[in-house]
Design a protein around this ligand. Structure first.
Ligand SMILES: CC(=O)SCCNC(=O)CCNC(=O)[C@H](O)C(C)(C)COP(=O)(O)OP(=O)(O)OC[C@H]1O[C@@H](n2cnc3c(N)ncnc32)[C@H](O)[C@@H]1OP(=O)(O)O
Ligand SMILES: O=CC(=O)O
Ligand SMILES: [Mg+2]
Length: 569
């Protein structure tokens, strides 16, 4: 990743400081100056982002207050459920706008951070779609975000290239490439390097606004067959947040002078409250929707977060909370039924296994697990799935093609009527399994290493042959927190010990030694493991659960220029 490190921020040549961004009235750019960034952050683009911010800031604030209110009520003992007030939407007969022909076939979607080489590799991977990520897979440093915008503009223009000097290899686009979706950050994340009327901008409006502003015309011409751009929308909890996105889209379309309904988005159902709002979310976005996706990792995280005050809902070891648990299967079945009833794609999620280069046997075992997961998805009725790595695209494609035949999707053919009977109890059923000291150790080791990578600019990393990103790291964090808070008994390995601060302190110490051994002394010294350990341990032992790991850690990657100081939000 390279560019997003602390050293690089501080190494910014002083000469650059004398330049400044040409910002409109009320907009202040506090991120490092760079000529390429300035082409993205031009006056008109910033005006466009500021327009979105000014029009929607009070509604965003209200939506976040509603999240707090819901949290309070869950913490007082309530459980999420279907809203009686919107029964008419769930029971009504309506459909979303027809699927755009350009993305009728989404059998395999590869995902990855909006990094230059990754973008080219992903677009060339043979997948039907590439989702460029500003969320779970990207550490939202100024450098990563702005480079991401530069890269995506070049990708949409078709001019993106990358020269790997060390390997003397030049990367460029094939003739046939995947269709591009972009995932902006969630509503909760601020962008502290852009102040609008003195306040940090909303991260997702910056990501969406800059990308839309610079690319909508080229995208619709070259990729979307007249429609687009296409987006993935993360981490929503309620249809009011979907309504907000719908209004943002309408304003963007109006400002750009393009037809209403041009922009299309797939919403990730990855919070527990949102599973009860799937019809409502699609309804709000019905002119702009192109489906829902099972964001399984954040969904598990959200299960713990939603029930943080319910001591009778402790999760078993993270590895045991898979898609075959009743509550996960019910969620995926209900999502498929809902999407097909409304005429849109029901996308599957990501298996965490990645190819293992130096061990053929382990590699085959990993591919087999991916194959099994994809087979479950396609048989259940999903229209496509996510791949974490180009090496997994052929496996995923084979499973979906073999089971779907010649059709680009199963929207019409898989109605899954049985799923209409899924109840609140099905969706909330406690996951089954056991807890172990090994589970506590793994959470700790993975959480610290992920956070250390994130602090130095890498938002998705391979750890112990699995893909780890912000969502999977969240599971490690909240699971530790929950076990500590309620003194969970670790019975899975026959030890029967209870988790407490002393045990956790020992585990942290021992796992840090293991990390140092595995990383090597030099890498460990140069890395940010100690800082990560401090943040992670503090979050796991906090009396009140922090809402998001990345929100809490964000101040550590905010670097204001020209002073070079970091700021407290
Ligand atoms: C919970 C969720 O939100 S899931 C969605 C968010 N998460 C993601 O998108 C994760 C995406 N995947 C990745 O980031 C990476 O695959 C990782 C970090 C898991 C593993 O990365 P690495 O260890 O670097 O992979 P590896 O060394 O095997 O890469 C081999 C090649 O494939 C490329 N590659 C790996 N993953 C991807 C990807 N997702 N997209 C494009 N190219 C990729 C590498 O750039 C490398 O290219 P090169 O041979 O030209 O140099
Ligand atoms: O974004 C996807 C997830 O699983 O979380
Ligand atoms: Mg997610």
């Amino acid at each position: 990743m390279g560019l997003g490190t602390y050293e690089n921020y501080h190494r910014a040549p002083p000469a650059m400081m004398k330049f400044g961004y040409d910002a409109p009235e009320g907009v202040e750019i506090r991120g490092r100056y760079d000529g390429e960034f300035a082409a993205i952050l031009d006056r008109d683009a910033l005006q466009f982002v500021a327009g979105l911010q000014r029009e929607f800031r009070s509604r965003i604030k209200y939506a976040m207050e509603c999240r707090e209110e819901a949290k309070r009520s869950f913490s007082e003992g309530a459980s999420p459920g279907f809203d009686p007030a919107t029964r008419y939407i769930r029971e009504g007969e309506w459909t979303c706008a027809p699927v755009p022909p350009a993305v009728a076939d989404r059998t395999v979607e590869i995902t990855g951070p909006a990094e230059r080489k990754m973008i080219i590799n992903a677009l060339n991977s043979g997948a039907k779609v590439f989702m460029a990520d500003f969320e779970d897979a990207l550490s939202p440093s100024w450098e990563n975000l702005m480079r991401g915008q530069v890269n995506l503009k070049d990708a949409v223009d078709g001019t993106i290239t990358f020269h790997d000097k060390a390997r003397n290899r030049v990367y460029k686009l094939n003739n046939q490439t995947a269709k591009l979706f972009v995932r902006p950050r969630g509503w909760h994340l601020p962008e502290a390097h852009i102040l609008i009327d003195g306040e940090p901008a909303t991260g997702c409006l910056v990501d969406f606004g800059l990308y839309f502003y610079h690319n909508h015309a080229a995208f619709r011409r070259t990729q979307g067959a007249g429609l687009g751009p296409f987006f993935y929308l993360p981490k929503m909890e309620n249809s009011r947040e979907a309504k907000l996105w719908n209004c943002v889209f309408e304003k963007a379309e109006k400002t750009a002078g393009i037809e209403r309904g041009s922009i299309r988005a797939t919403v990730l159902i990855e919070t527990l409250p949102a599973v009860f709002q799937m019809n409502e979310i699609l309804y709000e976005l019905r002119d702009h929707s192109v489906g829902l996706n099972c964001g399984r990792w954040d969904y598990i995280f959200s299960y713990v977060k939603t029930f943080q005050a319910h001591r009778d809902r402790l999760l078993p070891d993270r590895v045991q909370v898979g898609m075959t648990q009743h509550f996960m299967k019910s969620y995926s079945d209900l999502l498929i039924w809902t999407c097909h009833r409304r005429g849109v794609h029901a996308m599957g999620g990501m298996a965490a296994q990645i190819p293992i280069r130096d061990d053929p046997e382990a590699n085959n075992a990993a591919l087999e697990l991916v194959r099994k997961d994809k087979l479950r998805e396609v048989r259940a009725g999903h229209d496509g799935t996510w791949a974490a790595h180009p090496g997994l695209v052929p496996v995923c494609m084979e499973v979906f093609s073999n089971n779907m035949g010649d059709t680009p999707n199963q929207i019409q053919s898989m109605k899954l009527e049985d799923a209409s009977a899924i109840t609140e109890e099905d969706l909330l059923q406690r996951p089954r399994g056991s807890r172990s000291l090994d589970g506590l150790r793994l959470n700790t080791r993975v959480g610290i290493q992920y956070l250390a990578a994130w602090l130095t600019g890498a938002g998705s990393v391979p750890l112990y042959n699995l893909m780890e990103d912000a969502a999977t790291a969240e599971i490690s964090r909240v699971q530790n927190w929950q076990w500590l808070k309620y003194g969970a008994e670790l019975d899975g390995d026959g030890l029967g010990v209870k988790v407490n601060n002393d045990l956790f302190g020992k585990v942290v110490e021992e796992e840090m030694c293991r990390i140092e051994r595995e990383a090597g002394k030099e890498k460990f010294r140069r890395g940010m493991y100690k800082e990560a350990c401090k943040i992670f341990a503090r979050q796991c032992t906090a009396p009140t659960l922090d809402d998001f790991l990345t929100l809490n850690a964000y101040n550590n990657i905010v670097i204001h220029h020209p002073t070079g100081s970091s700021s407290r939000l």
